[in-house]
Design a binder for this molecule. Structure first.
Ligand code: ADP
Ligand code: 5GP
Length: 210
């Protein structure tokens, strides 16, 4: 069974990463989402086990001490981490798995080199549009929005080392770009656009080279 591919997706808060990933994940075969653990309180409409595994600080610290996280970080005053076991299990099933994590976590995965990953950065078209989206989303207090805008300035600098940059201006265009990247990465790994491993060429002898 060929291994799936790990896609690490980062963006400043409000750039539209959740919106884009939801659209992609509901329509892409053999692709799944890594549900992170967080100490943040659930927002209205968020479901435990689907959006996040909501845990208290003691549980998070215990998992961290046991090395259960592939990466973890403190973001906007809360702790977030990715389960190493869940990611590995999905890859072993031949599924592509998408991580929605911040730039600190992405850097850890890059430097750890435990799993080869594809790094995608989603950017808003401008700071003004980012502010508009954060306000329009109606989920955060003005002081939280101010903190996120401030962080966005620093996060945008990190976009330079990611493999791919997608500017999320028109949603359908950004979605098409993301889909194209997924298909290209699958082809690189000798898999079809639907993620299935390609069957061996009929005339090829097993084990033959050249
Ligand atoms: P993130 O997950 O990056 O924090 P969200 O997906 O929650 O961002 O998007 C922030 C807000 O912007 C949401 O209200 C969403 O509906 C809106 N949004 C996302 N992408 C676009 C887009 N291309 N054009 C206009 N609004 C968008
Ligand atoms: P939010 O609280 O708005 O859902 O997420 C805030 C930030 O935390 C986002 O940038 C998101 O990508 C990041 N994040 C979510 N899960 C993880 C994780 O497991 N690890 C890291 N490093 N960041 C995460």
């Amino acid at each position: 069974m060929s291994q799936g591919c790990l896609f690490v997706v980062s963006a400043p808060s409000g750039a539209g990463k959740t919106t884009l990933l939801k659209r992609i994940l509901t329509t892409t075969p053999r692709a799944g989402f890594s549900v992170s653990h967080t100490t943040r309180a659930p927002r209205a409409g968020e479901q435990d086990g689907a959006d996040y595994h909501f845990v208290d600080r003691a549980t998070f610290d215990r998992m961290r001490e046991r090395q259960e996280f592939l990466e973890w970080a403190e973001v906007h005053g809360n702790f977030y981490g990715t389960s190493r076991r869940a990611v590995q299990a999905a890859l072993d099933r031949g599924e592509d798995i998408f991580l929605d994590i911040d730039v600190q976590g992405a850097r850890q995965i890059r430097d750890l080199r435990e799993i080869a990953a594809v790094f995608l950065f989603i950017a808003p078209p401008s700071p003004a549009v980012l502010e508009q989206r954060l306000r329009g989303r109606n989920t955060d207090q003005p002081e939280v929005i101010a903190l996120r805008l401030e962080n966005a300035r620093r996060e945008m600098v990190e976009a330079s080392w990611y493999d791919y940059l997608i500017v999320n201006d028109q949603l359908t265009a950004a979605e098409a770009l993301l889909r194209a990247i997924i298909i290209a990465e699958r082809c690189r790994r000798r898999r079809g656009p639907d993620g299935r491993p390609l069957p061996p060429y009929q005339g090829q002898e097993a084990g033959a080279e050249g």
